[in-house]
Design a binder for this molecule. Structure first.
Ligand code: BES
Ligand code: ZN
Ligand code: ZN
Length: 489
């Protein structure tokens, strides 16, 4: 639970009060807090350096049981992301010490350019996201998330600013829902199971849900999606989630890659490259969680989520390299490599989105290429779009939420790399270079003249190691980004 409050520190019984402290400047206005900081800074071991902490017990001037002073470093280095990271670390430290609740003294005037409401929002976000752990498979749940997190501001501010607590909690809940789905192992997340999990959560929030199952997919000729699914014992599906609001001006369709496990198929992945492929449905998770979040926030945009779900496995029934299949759009595709399966399921979903929903905007999100990770690393997603405004809106949303996106080109002349000797297209490029680009160009063949963008999240969707406000596993990358995007367009 998140709450914005103002309290009398002399009277309020507080278990753990955390005070952020800068090395160079005062960032608090409250006299009592300033006095405590002065006291702490007299100690040799504390001067406010980044992530330095000191705990003081039973101070005579206030009622708090313990006061943790946590260094933020120099004020010039502070921004929204530094505050998120700070709050995330504070929460993790509390969890480590099995403390059940936290009171955080919000700085009054730092960073200088940020309004107080943004400072509070960033801290709440970091705290809320840092409070999540994926521990469903652990018998001994030693580390319990915090039950309550209070953010202390002065009484005037508490009255003045509209508390972001409930909105932030909803957005973070969406992010952690995506994390849970992504971190769930593939043996408990077959396409049938993932379909059920998504539909169940979507229905709870009042979204309209529809599932196209194998028979309907066959009848409606989703040939590319069915080709990828052919090797798996689990049946594929296409999940459609609709969020409708009366009088909405904009309509957006979101498509997310939902490969519950990517073994590569007959072009089986080698070495360690298969190990985290349970996360190959991160695009699907982000899209479904964004729709669920939009329903909770009652976002005034007509939003449709189209989520193709399959498992990519090698078997006697799997597609083979050299096979030629027909996509939903009617184009024939030669299978150059069964490991380039994401683009196959996506083009059927994109073509369906364009045909059935005619959205003003179409955005797909996918863990599409290893080449994208080579280009931008594990923290930054790639954005591809012919539409400058849409690409700029996505990168701007990513700056706001610190889900960083970098625009990449869609060069017309690279399209010839996708030529096939026998079919309309080959699903892989004739060269190994520029793989993220050729994958995006492949998708671009199926969106007509709809305003479209593709976001390759192969890098940031999954984290092997924990960081300030995310545990190891699915990061939920994309939920905050897409939520911000659809609210801003
Ligand atoms: N799911 C992978 C891409 C991926 C790689 C995601 C690493 C996350 C981390 C995708 O289906 C894939 O296998 N792509 C191939 C394409 C190639 C065969 C043209 C790749 O990137 O190697
Ligand atoms: Zn693959
Ligand atoms: Zn894949």
């Amino acid at each position: 639970m998140l709450r914005l409050i103002s309290v009398d520190l002399k009277k309020e019984k507080i278990e753990t009060l955390v005070i952020p402290v800068c090395e160079d400047k005062k960032i608090h206005a409250d006299a009592l807090i300033l006095a405590i900081i002065r006291k702490a800074k007299k100690l040799k071991e504390f001067n406010g350096e980044k992530d330095q902490t000191v705990t003081l017990y039973d101070l005579p001037e206030i009622k708090a049981r313990r006061v943790v002073l946590h260094g933020l470093g120099k004020t010039a280095m502070l921004d929204a992301e530094a505050l998120r990271a700070f709050a995330g670390k504070v929460v993790k430290n509390c969890i480590q010490k099995t403390l059940p609740a936290l009171w955080l003294a919000v700085p009054d005037k730092c960073p200088a350019k940020m309004p107080l409401s943004s400072i509070v929002t960033a801290m709440m976000e970091g705290a809320c996201l840092g409070n999540h752990r994926f521990d469903r498979y652990r018998q001994e749940k030693k580390k319990k998330p915090l039950k309550s997190m209070y953010f202390i501001v002065d009484p005037a501010s508490a009255r003045k600013i509209k508390s972001p607590a409930s909105r932030t909690a909803k957005i973070c809940q969406g992010t952690t829902l995506a994390r849970e789905w992504i971190s769930t192992p593939s043996n408990d997340k077959t396409p049938e199971q993932l379909t059920r999990m998504i539909v169940e959560q979507a229905k709870k929030q009042g979204l309209k849900t529809r599932v196209l199952r194998e028979k309907q997919l066959q009848q409606q000729k989703f040939g590319a999606l069915l080709a990828v699914a052919a090797g798996s014992r689990s049946k594929p599906s296409m999940v459609i989630l609709e969020h409708r609001v009366a009088g909405a001006k904009n309509s957006v369709a979101l498509v997310g890659k939902g490969v519950t496990f990517d073994s590569g198929g007959l072009n089986i992945k080698t070495g360690g490259s298969m190990s985290d492929m349970k996360s190959d449905m991160s695009g699907a998770a982000a899209v479904a969680a964004t729709l669920i979040t939009a329903a909770r926030l009652k976002t005034k945009v007509n939003l449709t989520g189209i989520i193709p779900i399959v498992e990519n496995m090698p078997s006697g029934t799997a597609i083979r390299p050299g096979d030629i299949i027909y996509s939903y759009a009617g184009k024939s595709i030669e299978i150059g490599n069964t490991d380039a399966e994401g683009r196959l399921i996506l083009v059927d979903a994109l073509a369906y989105a364009v045909k059935k929903f005619k959205p003003q905007l179409l955005v797909d999100m996918a863990t599409l290429t290893g080449a994208c990770v080579v280009a931008l690393g594990e923290k930054i997603a790639a954005v591809f779009s012919h539409d400058d405004k849409l690409a700029a809106a996505i990168t701007a949303a990513g700056e706001t939420t610190h889900e960083r996106c970098w625009r990449m080109p869609l060069p017309e002349d690279y399209k010839k790399l996708l030529k096939s000797d026998f079919a309309d297209l080959n699903n892989i490029s004739s060269t190994r270079w520029g793989g993220a680009i050729t994958a995006a160009l492949f998708l671009s063949e199926f969106v007509g003249d709809t305003r479209w963008a593709h976001i390759d999240i192969a890098g940031p969707a999954y984290a092997k190691k924990e960081n300030a406000y995310c545990g190891p596993g699915g990061t939920g990358f994309g939920v905050r980004l897409l939520t911000e995007l659809i609210e801003k367009i």
